[in-house]
Design a binder for this molecule. Structure first.
Ligand code: HEC
Length: 477
């Protein structure tokens, strides 16, 4: 859950400011402290100036510390539940919080990462409604972690540890397709980020409704994300022609994994980022996988993690044939593209587009139809800094569907709502994308000097895409 706007938030900021002030992790912590305090205070809409109040509430913060949280009694369970899915040996994250000795010295760094919102990685924020598999800490967990760091990372009673909570593991109900990218791919070591597309044949001979999927990278040190699109069997020749343009299996691709000349995409399967296990579609729903369909998967290899080969697997679960008719099909509908030209040097360029639900590509809803939004995703490239999808009702009232206040290309994902949102065909969806084309931001994104930027699939181009997962009736309804 997101941290609600409250005075507790202000108290947390005071606590964080003092943790960071005591931190001896020199320059980087000081930087993080500055930016996190400022942005968190903005979020809270609070008038509290964290710097000014650092010393003003000592009774609150030190009062809690005397009997405060300890590693064995309070912290290890939080780390196990919320961090160990990624911070594990051989996992995507560089640090392993294996035991007290390994974790205690990192307490100031952990506190700064928690306060800046960088960890645990969970980009949605703002007014985004509750989402499934939210990785954020609860208020209580955050407070425990910060109080523990502030108190100097006390060990507690090792002989009487609190039970550990395992990280969430989602399993597929069945593995009706078990396949892979078809090669032991060695990422291109001459670049730090290799985006490579693969055509994955599923080998099916009849239509199926998938209820879940799972990408399983074999080299979790280099695979940073996977995005995918399902294409009809008739698209295979067109996809193969693109693949054949380069000698290796698959082809280099950055933004173009769903745009194959002559290809016929039928929808999105879904993606993968570190920490994700299987992804099941909402109960009672599924995605149509036509006979002989293929999946095009874009895999982002970060070669700073080495160049050991990877053979990412893809497993799919299909609904049993006798249940197919009871399932509601998910439509992946795309927003029309907004136009833009991001001028060189513009550090705050935004573009937006509104469209009625009834004209959304593939939404399947006529003007007077009712449907439900089950989930959504946004996509930009590396100049993107913020993206928002909102719902504008006929009376003009606007509500947020998805807001990513700090876009991070490496953590893009698709999100499922806890409660589906009802829409009518005449409602409008608004997509807003914000970009920073300054030299500073470009340098941070390992891009060259600023220049005008337009729509395109390359790393130097930009995109602004919004997807909605829509059903026309609620499952079971
Ligand atoms: C979904 C995966 C994931 C989860 C969950 C996660 N981390 Fe991380 N963490 C990463 C990755 C990957 C990195 C490496 C930096 C990056 O890619 O952002 C990282 C880096 C870090 C760093 C080092 C930052 C630096 O600049 O050196 C700290 C500290 C950290 N995480 C703390 C935590 C804590 C504490 C939790 C749990 C509350 C947590 N992380 C949960 C994936 C995760």
């Amino acid at each position: 859950m997101r941290i609600p706007v409250s005075r507790d938030r202000a108290a947390l900021l005071v606590l964080a400011a003092s943790v960071l002030a005591c931190s001896d992790d020199s320059a980087r912590s000081a930087d993080d402290a500055g930016s996190s305090s400022a942005s968190a205070a903005d979020d809270a809409g609070s008038t509290t100036d964290p710097d000014a109040t650092t010393g003003s509430e000592p009774a609150d913060s030190t009062g809690g510390v005397a009997s405060g949280p300890t590693y064995y009694q309070d912290i290890a369970p939080v780390i196990s539940e919320r961090c160990s899915g990624c911070h594990t040996p051989g996992g995507a994250a560089p640090l392993v919080f294996s035991d007290y000795e390994a974790t205690a010295p990192l307490a100031p760094l952990i506190a700064s990462q928690l306060m800046s919102g960088a960890m645990p990685p969970w980009p949605p924020g703002g007014e985004t409604p509750p989402l499934q598999h939210d990785r954020s800490l609860t208020d209580d967990q955050l407070e425990l972690m910060l109080a523990w760091a502030e108190a100097g990372a006390p060990e507690g009673d090792a002989s009487n540890p609190a039970p550990l909570v395992p990280p969430e593991v989602i399993e597929l109900p069945s593995h009706d397709v078990a396949t892979d990218i078809g090669t032991d791919y060695v990422a291109d070591a001459s670049i730090s980020d290799d985006y490579h597309c693969f055509m994955i044949e599923l080998g099916t001979t009849q239509d199926h409704v998938a209820t879940g999927y799972q990408f399983i990278p074999q080299n979790t040190k280099t695979v940073h994300h996977v995005l995918s699109t399902v294409f009809t069997a008739e698209s295979i020749a067109a996809i193969q022609a693109v693949d054949d343009e380069t000698p290796e299996v698959g082809w280099p691709c950055f933004g173009g994994y769903s745009n194959i000349p002559g290809g016929d995409p039928v929808g999105a399967l879904g993606g993968w980022v570190p920490g994700v296990t299987a992804s099941n579609y909402p109960a009672g729903t599924g995605t149509m996988i036509p006979a002989g369909a293929v999946v095009v998967a874009q895999i982002h290899y970060n070669t700073l993690g080495g160049t050991d080969p990877d053979r990412t697997r893809l497993d799919l679960a299909f609904a049993p044939a006798e249940q197919e008719d009871e399932l509601v099909l998910l439509h992946t509908s795309g927003m029309p593209w907004p136009g833009f030209m991001i001028p060189a040097g513009d550090a705050d360029y935004s573009t937006e587009k509104e469209a009625r639900v009834s004209v959304l590509l593939n939404a399947g809803l006529a003007a007077d139809d009712t449907g439900y939004v089950m989930g959504f995703a946004g996509h930009m490239h590396k100049l993107g800094v913020e993206i928002e999808l909102s719902l504008v009702a006929e009376d003009g009232s606007e509500s947020t569907l998805l807001h990513i206040p700090k876009w991070d290309f490496g953590w893009q994902g698709a999100y499922s709502l806890v409660e589906p949102i009802r829409v009518v065909g005449t409602d409008r969806i608004k997509l807003r994308c914000v970009y920073d084309n300054s030299d500073e931001h470009r340098a941070a994104q390992q891009m060259g000097p600023t220049e005008d930027v337009t729509w395109g699939e390359g790393t130097a181009d930009e995109m602004c895409l919004g997807y909605l997962q829509v059903v026309d009736v609620l499952p079971g309804g």
